[in-house]
Design a binder for this molecule. Structure first.
Ligand code: ADP
Ligand code: MG
Length: 140
């Protein structure tokens, strides 16, 4: 299996509740390595650009407001099958459907405030990593 990189974000609802370490522990326990990490407070314009793929969806405005309402931790994760593995550790978008032991099952407040973001495919992983990180900030 190939070593991949994916983009992960700990959302404002989780940083507000001091859950950064607990979320990173779940990712590391699954075999993913944090090869880049920084805490930022994105602007509304940055949130709108990052989530541009969802523009026009009914939750877009609420989502971009929430994502710019407080600090997030943006990360690059590396490991075997990292994109899918991160999605598995995160769990389903709606915490009501998330499997036991997943980040969203344990920590999410709602479908919107669901504690974590993870890229869904190799193309989006590459785009999302490049959106937040320069090459020199990623140290494998
Ligand atoms: P995921 O984060 O699991 O990849 P999506 O890409 O479909 O999910 O949606 C991006 C984010 O938008 C979700 O993580 C969630 O915060 C928010 N979202 C998605 N669907 C809804 C919804 N029906 N109502 C409110 N917020 C939503
Ligand atoms: Mg998504």
């Amino acid at each position: 299996m190939a070593i991949e990189r994916t983009f992960s974000m700990i959302k404002p609802d989780a940083t507000a509740r001091n859950l950064t370490g607990k979320i990173v522990a779940k990712l590391e326990d699954a075999g993913l390595r944090v090869v880049a990490s920084k805490r930022i407070h994105m602007s509304l314009a940055q949130a709108e650009a990052f989530y541009a793929v969802h523009k026009g969806r009914p939750f877009y405005e609420e989502l971009t407001k929430q994502m710019s309402a407080g600090p997030v931790v943006v990360q690059v994760l590396e490991g075997e099958n990292a994109i899918l593995k991160n999605r598995e550790v995160m769990g389903a978008t709606n915490p009501a459907n998330a499997a036991e032991g997943t980040i969203r099952k344990e920590f999410a407040l709602s479908i919107g405030e669901n504690s974590a973001h993870g890229s869904d495919a190799p193309e989006t992983a590459a785009e999302e990593i490049a959106f937040w990180f320069s090459k020199t900030e990623i140290v494998g």
